[in-house]
Design a protein around this ligand. Structure first.
Ligand code: UGA
Length: 426
């Protein structure tokens, strides 16, 4: 198949490279010339394990091409995926700026095009594919030969290639046979047919929010049990290992700690909560999920204070800045929120380390009290108080923490050699 993908971020790029690995020809469209040039040189603009190798492979076979031009990409292809961000505004409503602009540009490029399918991969609330994307494209293109679909993406950053190539399930929201058959034949190469779920477009849109909100809820649930466990001197991980062994519950996403960050969970739960209220459906569940998440950092700060007293004037090492390991993404990272809180508490200096996210962190948080240190040993040599904020593999070595006072926000170590060790909920 000939496929165009609008937006070369985590979702667009990894999905497109995944299609190309199955021998489909893929055109990437992006407004960022730097990204376009990098993809055309077979260099990945984002860090994602396995992505650059895969990109090199499909590039060498002539299966991928990036362009700034919608016209070029859409005219050369038969199906277009939209994979641009859908951020949340401050009030919790979904921000459709990118989706609307992209839909207009797609509409322009589809003016005289023959049969074409437009698939929304971006996370959008129920109704948006039909009422916004389809409406705009039909209005601008005046073309009746366009078919629409919604196909949510469930990949995790840091494991994106793995998830794209081996999805648990594929959800396809469609309203006609043509788009259904095309998408079925595209995805049959990735997953067995019983794991491809066909449904109305709005249902597919809701599956995505429902999945992300459920996983967020599992995390906040564990964090709440974690607070209880901490006060009782119980290790919440021991409890959750047992709870999660019940097949009906499952052990995944029950890891208590500093909470969830990233570009999806916080914004999706906020948007779902706002949307639910706008339909006059009473709900407090998702607000509670977010509230627990936001206050986890305060829980850790209180634990730190109970051990070392006031944080005023203290020098502190913070390990891990990305929102989770194996990514350089710092969006909604709990670690950066924690550092801001340490500064609010008047800490004298924060020495911040991360194996790959420092450059991104610097853009988000630059402060004279924060010094970013690229070398782990060097960072650890700067102060005695250490906080582990992201569970990078390299932090798992007990020897690193000899004679340190360690506060573990992700249950990374046992603190065998530490002078003092305290976990957030264990
Ligand atoms: C999440 C979903 O897992 C994907 O299925 C989805 O496609 C994606 O959002 C999206 O909507 O695009 P991602 O944000 O990449 O993926 O990362 P996760 O691995 O889900 O982790 C999210 C956050 O939850 C991280 O900050 C992580 O540290 C935290 N987390 C995760 C916990 O605190 N405890 C856990 O047990 C698991």
């Amino acid at each position: 198949m000939r496929i165009s993908i609008i937006g070369s971020g985590y979702v667009g790029l990894t999905t497109g490279v995944g299609f190309a690995l199955k021998n489909h020809k893929v055109w990437f469209v992006d407004v960022d010339k730097r990204k376009v040039d990098m993809i055309n040189r077979a260099t990945s603009p984002i860090y994602e394990p396995g992505l650059e190798e895969a990109l090199r492979e499909v590039h060498s076979k002539g299966l991928v091409r990036a362009t700034l031009s919608y016209e070029e990409a859409i005219k050369s292809t038969e199906i277009t995926f939209i994979a641009v961000p859908t951020p949340t505004k401050d009030d919790g409503s979904i921000d459709l700026r990118f989706i609307e602009n992209v839909s207009r540009s797609i509409g322009e490029a589809l003016k005289d095009k023959d049969k074409h399918i437009v698939v929304v991969k971006s996370t959008v609330l129920p109704g948006i594919t039909e009422n916004v994307v389809k409406e705009i494209i039909k209005q601008v293109s005046k073309n009746d030969n366009i078919y629409f679909a919604m196909n949510p993406e469930f990949l995790r950053e840091g494991r994106a290639m793995e998830d794209v190539l081996n999805p648990d399930r594929v959800v396809i929201g469609v309203e006609d046979e043509y788009a259904k058959e095309k998408l079925l034949s595209l995805y049959k190469d990735f997953v067995s047919e019983d794991r491809i779920l066909i449904m109305p477009i709005r249902s597919a849109e809701l599956v995505k929010y429902s999945s992300n909100a459920f996983l967020s809820m599992k995390i906040s649930y564990s964090n709440l049990i974690g607070r209880l466990a901490k006060r009782l001197g119980i290790d919440v991980y021991e409890v959750m290992d047992a709870v999660g062994m019940d097949k009906r519950i499952g052990r995944d996403f029950l890891n208590a700690g500093l909470g969830f960050g990233g570009s999806c969970f916080p914004k999706d739960v906020k948007a779902l909560s706002y949307f639910t209220k706008s339909l006059n459906v009473r709900n407090t569940l998702w607000e509670e999920v977010l509230e627990i998440n936001e206050t986890q950092i305060g829980e850790l700060i209180n634990i730190m204070k109970s051990v070392v007293g006031s944080l005023k004037g203290k020098e502190i090492v913070v390990l891990g800045l990305s929102f989770k390991p194996d990514t350089d993404d710092i969006r909604e990272s709990r670690a950066l929120k924690l550092i801001k809180k340490l500064i609010d508490e008047k800490a004298e200096k924060v020495y911040a380390h991360d194996p790959i996210a420092i450059d991104n962190a610097k853009k988000e948080l630059s402060h004279d009290k924060v010094e970013y240190i690229y070398d782990l040993q060097d960072a650890l040599s700067r102060a005695d108080i250490v906080v582990i904020a992201t569970e990078w593999e390299m932090y798992k070595n007990e020897e690193l923490y000899k004679d340190k006072i360690v506060f573990d926000g992700r249950r990374v170590i046992r603190g065998e050699h530490a002078r003092y060790y305290e976990g957030l909920s264990w």
